[in-house]
Design a protein around this ligand. Sequence first.
Ligand code: HPA
Length: 236
Amino acid sequence: MTVHIGAKDGDIAETVLMPGDPYRARWAAETFLDDAQLVNEVRGMLGFTGTWKGNRVTIQGSGMGMPSLSIYANELISTYGAQTLIRIGSCGGMQPHVGIRDVIIAMTASTITSPSSGIFKEFNFAPSADYALLEAAVKAAKGKGSTTHVGGIYSSDVFYAERPDLDEQMVRHGILGVEMEAAELYTLAARHNRRALAVLTVSDHLQTGEALPSEDRERSFGDMVEIALEAAFASP
Ligand code: HPA
């Protein structure tokens, strides 16, 4: 047990998928895992452990934003020994060629500030995905119906951003989408020598203003979960 996760020792698998939304953790566990058991419900941040094609997997909600994700990822890594952590979540599209429901596999996650900024001070660390996971995810995505993009994303501290000038620079520099968690996940994985990746579904678009209705989201998110699972257990 940790401060925020009530699971017993051994209840958490070495591979953990991390959606922001605890209800999406439940949906993904019920939809994709066999024998899924609830292992955490502290603060309603649901976590489930089951198997996928015989492989043990935990799906644990991270909450929204890097401070929340940092709590769960730190405890999963340090107390439960999680080795592979894959964020599955939504993001806002930022490029004209990125459409609603497309999948983004995040090679890098830029940020202005994160919970790790305090230790980096003037150093601009470049949070990046584990290469083997990234390569396996790209391969897995080829067999799916969703249009997939691979590249840099931006992890923001705010959903309701007030910096159109910053958005403009991101678009100009090819950032594919914006979300709120991946940069810290990648940084923690680097610090603790673990594997991390973020596979995201575009739920809204900053330029067109389009957005997926919430009841549509679950169906659109299936490819993302399958890509994450296939990448996690791909043989090297
Ligand atoms: N901004 C930040 N995070 C997000 C967005 C967004 O537009 N969409 C989904 N997650």
